[in-house]
Design a protein around this ligand. Sequence first.
Ligand SMILES: CC(C)(COP(=O)(O)OP(=O)(O)OC[C@H]1O[C@@H](n2cnc3c(N)ncnc32)[C@H](O)[C@@H]1OP(=O)(O)O)[C@@H](O)C(=O)NCCC(=O)NCCS
Length: 182
Amino acid sequence: MKFNPFPKITTERLILRKIEESDCDKILFLRSDKTVTKFIERPENRKTKNKTDAIKFIKEINEARKKNESISWGITLKNNPAIVGTICLWNFSVDHKIAEIGYDLKPAFQRKGIMDEALKSVVNFGFSNLNLYKIEAFTHKENESSIRLLKKNRFQINENRNDEDNSNNLIFEIENQAANMT
Ligand SMILES: CC(C)(COP(=O)(O)OP(=O)(O)OC[C@H]1O[C@@H](n2cnc3c(N)ncnc32)[C@H](O)[C@@H]1OP(=O)(O)O)[C@@H](O)C(=O)NCCC(=O)NCCS
């Protein structure tokens, strides 16, 4: 599993690119805006409260990528390099066969199918390029937009699992039909 060089993804309307320190204002907004973070619970030490925190966070995700621990993309529209959201694969299992997906989008860009397009491309990347067996998504039981997005993309709730860290979360999973699971 190698994330170097950075695996930029291009879709019909989007470019998923590396997040740079110069994107700190956009990252600060996404990680601190009340609407975007309504259903996302982060421990105090993982909160992004100012520009310094945002730069620190960007440095951390880029270090984690270099160590093959996680990969985060900035979502941009093809005609504008400004980041409107992010999507990541992280929390890889020790054998690198399972990863968790996370995503957020600026409210002004929601309900346009942008995350649907980004998520499809990242799931495809995870299954085709990383040969993942399974991708998981932990989402708050009242996060209707996120649940709709996941169901539309064939993620299924695993009723037998509970998030030990947050009882409000549902755990969705999608398996790689093409993977040899033996
Ligand atoms: C979760 C989140 C990314 C979903 O974003 P979204 O824009 O609603 O998701 P989609 O990209 O699937 O867009 C779907 C909507 O776009 C509409 N749409 C418009 N044009 C479309 C197109 N070309 N293709 C597909 N859908 C389109 C769909 O009809 C759908 O509308 P609906 O929600 O009224 O049914 C967003 O709500 C968000 O960022 N929330 C805050 C962060 C968060 O909670 N993250 C999840 C943590 S687990």
